[in-house]
Design a protein around this ligand. Structure first.
Ligand code: HDE
Length: 756
């Protein structure tokens, strides 16, 4: 009996695996159908249908009449449609996902026995889902929020999920709730009870379901003010981190403290990091606000587009490790997920690389039905006593029951690539069929005995406890302001300005004076200058003394400015070329092809989405270039940089159009790199006529506050090989450097961006 049941099932899975690389893809391919012209439409029970457009009726001479219930094809179609929606995730409802590969570059065998982290010959398939937290499934991508960064590793030892986010402490919105519960007095506080309070406070208010996908409302600020444990978190959430330029340009963190176990049975505490190779970049706030309306799918499309173009996003995967013996050597509790482990104290060891290289085939069965669970750990990785992690590991399995049903782990996207053999049975939506008479252990045939350690059983670490049962927490959990100050002190000057502006925006949306007045006072616990600036803006009481001195300490790798790629790059940046009839073809063609050659994505934007004709070529169809979009269809917010080639007629048209001037001024206001050649210098004088902006006059390329101009054009200005270096004299070199710098912060710091 044993030989007919177990081995055949295992063999089937093993055949699909054929080495770990690509095994998930092979498995999914096995489940997927690609309809072709040769296929014929059928009902769900497999019968071919001849007419899918007319419900079966009793018809009069004019072909009208009542519909028949007998039409099971029509009824099936409507039934299926009526039940297409499942409950959206209670948090992180809006997301985008992709497949990829994890490669280990350096073994971490000294700290973990997990083969995925010590076998450098392995390639492990992954699925990653990015998300926002507060908004519902149809909300916009670019809202101010923490982003989910959930990774499912389909390893040969089973699925391993890191359900993380883009902010390292748990200033994750619902992280706050936990942060609060672990820090309250010891009475009556339980994870499951406190978590809904926070999520209720941040989600739309109950009386009118407003606002959508925003924390800028009374209830949120009321709640976090009353729970000072949330202080560190909201500093991050008000920073640029909460408005990423792209999912591809944000960090990912496991947030919780995990345990690694090595072959000797030693334990190390660990935090997981993903650092994007393109650098960490954000939108500016005004741009994020506008994009929410102009292109609500901005991040989703950006991810799909990059992968389709072969520009696979990559992250370095790193671990921070603390030996068990040093658990108490820090002035914060290393199990407190609301605290970071500053990198100068615990360096990050980059040991691997995560690459996303395949878009989903169908959103619902893959991105919507993927289900993560923090309890999904493989041998060599384990829970610590981080109380946030322990609470989460109950919640994730539980929430999948209402969303997907008890057999959620059998859905194709969630199925491990290794054999799953056990005596769990039945339940709604069961797919697996197991042959034979045995569904229990022990059994008379010895079928499916538990594994031994040598066979790869999950190792339990014998941790000694001599304890009392109490609702308690360690004393270090009660400190709430040190890392909020550390965060503020570590920001660059523009990032600090953005943080102040974000507080001012959010509290301006609170119309209950109790809320914004209390918050104005609370900020003095972090920093007096911060509190004064915000209070003045929002009409709260302006504090005149600090209630808690700022310790003045800084940490590395907090400011996004510290994550520049090893060498500057313009790869994957979207650059708009603005033209009208009569544009200069030399500059246009030169810059366009040089952009593409450097890995950027050029877009031609004109007054209409049809052919635009260059200077001197007449309007013969085929002589010009077809615009990708027109000025009204797309907005400057959707691009990282603009280039305007000269050409007298083209510039004259652009100068007369309010919309094209708005494109330029808006891009200037959003601190983007702007390049122009020939007659474009006149347009720039008109658009940004500020004395500080130095514009090319004598044929030399000039860079001034991120505006790069060259007044006279020679063909070789646009064909030289481009090295991206600040000192460059060449037009492209200067322009490329500005694009690679992401934004020109000086423009903002000196108040120029608000003057245009
Ligand atoms: Fe979550 N969280 N969470 N969370 N979380 C969910 O699970 C929860 C926390 C995170 O793309 C839910 O499948 C509790 C921290 C991500 O599918 C739910 C606590 C972090 C995602 C849940 C936390 C996260 C979720 C809702 C303790 C960053 C989306 C749907 C207070 C490390 C995963 C679901 C995806 C989703 C509970 C705190 C990240 C309800 C109880 C901290 C990325 O189970």
């Amino acid at each position: 009996m044993a030989s007919t049941i177990v081995p055949s099932a295992i063999k089937k899975v093993q055949n699909m695996m054929s080495g770990e690389k690509g095994s998930k893809a092979a498995q999914l391919e096995h489940d997927a159908a690609t309809p072709t012209k040769d296929d014929r439409i059928t009902s769900d029970f497999g019968v071919k249908q001849g007419n899918t457009d007319d419900w079966l009726k009793i018809v009069n001479e004019d072909s009208t009449g009542p519909q028949l219930l007998e039409d099971s094809f029509a009824r099936e179609k409507i039934h299926r449609f009526d039940h297409e929606r499942i409950p959206e995730r209670v948090v992180h409802a809006r997301g985008a996902g992709a497949f990829g590969t994890f490669r280990l570059k350096q073994s971490a065998e000294d700290v973990t026995l997990a083969p995925i982290l010590n076998d450098t010959s392995r390639e492990t398939p992954v699925f990653v889902r990015f998300s926002t937290v507060q908004g519902s499934r149809g909300s916009a991508d670019t809202v101010r929020d923490v982003r989910g960064f959930a990774v499912k590793f389909y390893t040969q030892e089973g699925n391993w999920d890191i359900v993380g986010n883009n902010i390292p402490a748990s200033p994750h919105n619902h992280g706050i709730s936990y942060l609060i519960l672990i820090s309250m007095q010891v009475f009556f506080i339980q994870d499951a009870i406190k978590f809904p309070d926070f999520v209720h406070a941040v989600k739309p208010e109950p009386h009118n379901e407003v606002p959508q996908a925003q924390s800028a409302h009374n209830n949120f600020w009321d709640f976090v003010n009353l729970h000072t444990e949330a202080t560190h978190m909201y500093m991050w959430a008000m920073s640029d981190r909460a408005v990423p330029r792209s999912y591809r340009m944000m960090q990912g963190f496991g947030v919780n403290t995990f345990v690694l176990i090595n072959k000797k049975g030693e334990r190390h505490f660990c935090k997981f990091h993903f650092t994007p190779q393109l650098g960490v970049h954000s939108l500016v706030w005004d741009e994020a606000l506008k994009l929410a309306g102009q292109d609500p799918d901005f991040h989703r499309k950006d991810l799909g587009e990059a992968i389709d173009n072969g520009a696979f996003p990559k992250w370095d995967f790193g671990i921070q490790v603390i030996p068990e013996s040093q658990e108490h050597d820090f002035d914060f509790d290393i199990l407190d997920a609301t605290k970071i482990w500053p990198e100068e104290l615990v360096p990050v060891r980059n040991i691997g690389e995560l690459e996303l290289n395949k878009n989903v085939d169908e959103y619902f069965p893959q991105t919507e039905q993927v289900a993560f669970c923090t309890a999904h750990m493989i041998p060599g990785i384990a829970h610590s006593n981080d109380p946030l992690l322990q609470g989460r590991s109950f919640s994730y399995f539980d929430t999948q029951l209402s969303r997907l049903g008890i057999n959620w782990q059998e859905l194709p996207i969630n199925r491990p690539v290794c054999p799953v053999m056990n005596f769990n049975r039945d339940g709604q939506g069961r797919h697996r069929i197991t042959k034979g008479t045995i569904n229990y252990w022990p059994n008379r045939f010895g079928i499916q005995p538990p594994a031994t350690a040598e066979e790869g059983a999950y190792p339990e670490y014998p941790e000694k406890f001599q304890a009392i049962k109490a609702r308690a927490k360690s004393a270090k959990f009660k400190e709430h302001f040190n890392q909020a100050q550390l965060f503020l002190n570590s920001l660059s000057p523009p990032e600090r300005q953005h943080l102040i502006a974000a507080f001012a925006f959010e509290l301006d949306h609170c119309d209950d004076p109790t809320v914004y007045e209390r918050m104005s006072t609370r900020l003095a616990d972090i920093d007096l200058d911060l509190a004064q600036q915000v209070a003045e803006m929002v009409g709260g009481p302006v504090p005149d003394e600090e209630t808690r001195p700022n310790h003045g300490k800084k940490a590395t790798k907090i400011s996004q400015a510290e994550f520049a790629p090893a060498s500057p790059t313009i790869a994957t940046r979207r650059v708009a070329l603005l033209i009208a009839d009569g544009y200069d073809p030399v500059a246009f063609n030169g810059v366009k092809s040089a952009l593409a050659a450097s890995g950027a994505i050029p877009f031609v934007i004109g007054p209409r989405r049809s052919e635009i004709f260059p200077a001197g070529a007449g309007k013969t169809p085929g002589n010009g270039v077809k615009a990708d979009h027109h000025f009204e269809g797309m907005r400057s917010t959707m691009f990282d940089a603009l280039f305007v080639p000269g050409g007298a007629d083209s510039i004259q048209t652009l100068s007369k159009s309010g919309r094209s001037l708005h494109w330029l001024r808006e891009a200037f206001g959003h601190l983007k790199a702007i390049g122009g050649s020939g007659e474009a210098v006149q347009l720039f004088k008109l658009a940004f006529g500020l004395p500080n902006i130095n514009i090319s006059q004598d044929g030399e390329a000039v860079e001034s506050y991120g505006v790069v101009t060259i007044s006279q054009v020679q063909p070789d200005h646009f064909t030289e090989v481009v090295k991206i270096a600040k000192e460059g004299t060449n037009f492209l070199e200067k322009f490329w450097f500005q694009i690679a710098s992401h934004r020109n912060w000086d423009r903002e710091l000196e108040g120029l961006s608000s003057q245009v």
